[in-house]
Design a protein around this ligand. Structure first.
Ligand SMILES: Cc1cc2nc3c(=O)[nH]c(=O)nc-3n(C[C@H](O)[C@H](O)[C@H](O)COP(=O)(O)OP(=O)(O)OC[C@H]3O[C@@H](n4cnc5c(N)ncnc54)[C@H](O)[C@@H]3O)c2cc1C
Length: 218
């Protein structure tokens, strides 16, 4: 297989299998969007956090409305738009920064919010906590001692800016941090939360404590 790097250099690799990942393109052509006055940016219909296109009565959701291109984001937008059309009170707008991303590979990968690099680039002073699977009894008992959980906090306010995980069942675990972020939970509240033993979820606690060098099991 031949690969070409950004600098133009080519390299030949011998591999057994190749996985090809492609982007998403919206089906925006020849359906009258331009005539209707709908704004399109690189095959995605431009919407606000309510799914509104700016043209009264025209809404867009899901992949067509831009990243992240995920089923749960599309469903959530669908509910927002349906409830707004119906006039339901108290509907919350979509916050794409709180959409979890999961990769169902081995080991599993899951994250929500900002990466450490993005948090740093935002100009904030941050605190980072890390905890490896090898420090967790349940992970060892499951025969899954490889993996890592990382938390990123705003050092000044304690806001949970992001969480990142690699390892067994992390696509299930991530929801704990998604709820925490949605409830605007701080590092302090997460530190004082009781996690059941023996579970993989204890690593989520340890990764919070690690941000203050208070890890218990390493
Ligand atoms: C291989 C693969 C694996 C994926 N795995 C995951 C996963 O594990 N988890 C996850 O969250 N997301 C996953 N996704 C992404 C997820 O499928 C999409 O984000 C989600 O389906 C988006 O929903 P949607 O309703 O916006 O679009 P779609 O599900 O694509 O639905 C759009 C529909 O509109 C129809 N349509 C298009 N143009 C027209 C037209 N002009 N007139 C009438 N109908 C039209 C299409 O035929 C289609 O039925 C995966 C995607 C792919 C391709």
């Amino acid at each position: 297989m031949g690969t070409r790097a950004k600098d133009g250099k080519t390299e030949t690799l011998t591999v057994d299998r190749v996985i090809l990942a492609m982007g998403i393109v919206g089906n925006v052509e020849n359906i009258g969007l331009e005539q209707a006055g709908v704004k399109v940016d690189r095959t995605h219909v431009v919407v606000n956090e309510w799914g509104e296109t700016g043209v009264p009565g025209l809404w867009a959701i899901g992949d067509l409305a831009g990243p992240p291109w995920l089923a749960h984001k599309a469903m959530h937008e669908g509910v927002i738009v349906a409830e707004r059309i119906k006039g339901v009170k108290g509907v919350h707008p979509l916050d794409t920064s709180k959409v979890p991303g999961c990769t169902y590979c081995w080991p599993q990968v899951a994250s929500v919010g900002m990466t450490e690099a993005k948090a740093k680039a935002s100009g904030r002073k941050i605190k980072v906590g890390k905890f490896p699977f090898i420090g967790n009894g349940k992970a060892i008992a499951l025969g899954e001692p490889e993996g890592l959980i990382k938390t990123v906090f705003d050092a000044a306010t304690g806001e949970l800016l992001g969480a990142h995980m690699v390892g067994a069942e992390v696509t299930e675990l991530i929801q704990g941090y998604v709820i925490a972020q949605n409830l605007e939970t701080t590092e302090d509240s997460l530190s004082s939360t009781i996690f059941p033993h023996p579970t993989l979820s204890e690593m989520m606690h340890e990764a919070v404590l690690a941000a203050d060098n208070k890890t218990l099991h390493m």
